[in-house]
Design a protein around this ligand. Structure first.
Ligand SMILES: CC(C)(COP(=O)(O)OP(=O)(O)OC[C@H]1O[C@@H](n2cnc3c(N)ncnc32)[C@H](O)[C@@H]1OP(=O)(O)O)[C@@H](O)C(=O)NCCC(=O)NCCS
Length: 169
């Protein structure tokens, strides 16, 4: 994860743009319009992916989010790409004195992110993985599994099952 010390004027203007579009995504429908707004904010979203209204996709670094094809991101999900770097945090400081560190979030094709899940910076969610409602994902999740809880843990895997080629992608 990279460390960020200062904000430039350009990044402040970009912030106003991404925050404004973010507010819009709370009210937009159908999902295609919501997806279009997030793409304009810089989020990479593949074909046939659904992003529900009210999903929060990092306001500071939306361009660090990569959502593959056929992904479902359901209501109330939050995807974060920044957090405070606590390396030099000491008594007598305010937490806000710590710089931000940033990490890319990648959600691979066909994954499903359950209602209200939180995806933390730097995480990759594997192809076809299912994240349970309300889970907090702090580590990478492998393909074709179910992961639940806080922190999210794999409770079931489909990875070794026979491939289903009858479903149209
Ligand atoms: C994760 C999920 C897919 C698992 O479904 P499932 O395979 O049918 O699993 P089960 O309901 O049999 O639960 C298996 C175990 O996981 C636990 N579990 C299920 N969902 C959980 C969750 N979100 N958080 C924590 N634990 C969960 C169950 O309590 C159960 O534990 P137990 O074996 O100790 O009793 C489902 O529970 C879920 O959260 N789906 C997302 C719902 C959603 O977002 N809906 C919107 C659709 S648009």
């Amino acid at each position: 994860m990279s460390i960020v010390q200062h904000r430039s004027l350009k990044s402040i203007i970009k912030g106003i743009w991404t925050h404004s579009l973010s507010i819009l995504t709370m009210f937009t429908f159908p999902y295609q319009v919501t997806v279009a707004c997030h793409r304009m904010r810089g989020v990479k979203i593949g074909k046939k992916s659904h992003v529900a209204r009210g999903v929060i996709l990092d306001d500071r670094n939306p361009e660090l989010i990569e959502i593959g094809k056929g992904v479902a991101v359901t209501s109330g999900v939050m995807i974060l790409c920044h957090q405070r770097d606590l390396k030099n945090y000491r008594p007598g400081m305010y937490a806000m004195h710590c710089p931000f560190k940033e990490g890319r979030v990648v959600i691979k094709d066909g994954a499903h992110i359950g209602i209200g899940a939180i995806i933390m910076p730097g995480v990759t969610i594997g192809e076809g993985a299912i994240i349970g409602a309300g889970s907090v994902v702090t580590h990478d999740i492998p393909p074709y599994c179910v992961a639940v809880g806080s922190p999210a843990k794999v409770i079931r895997s489909f990875a070794n099952m026979e491939i289903n080629s009858s479903t149209t992608k």
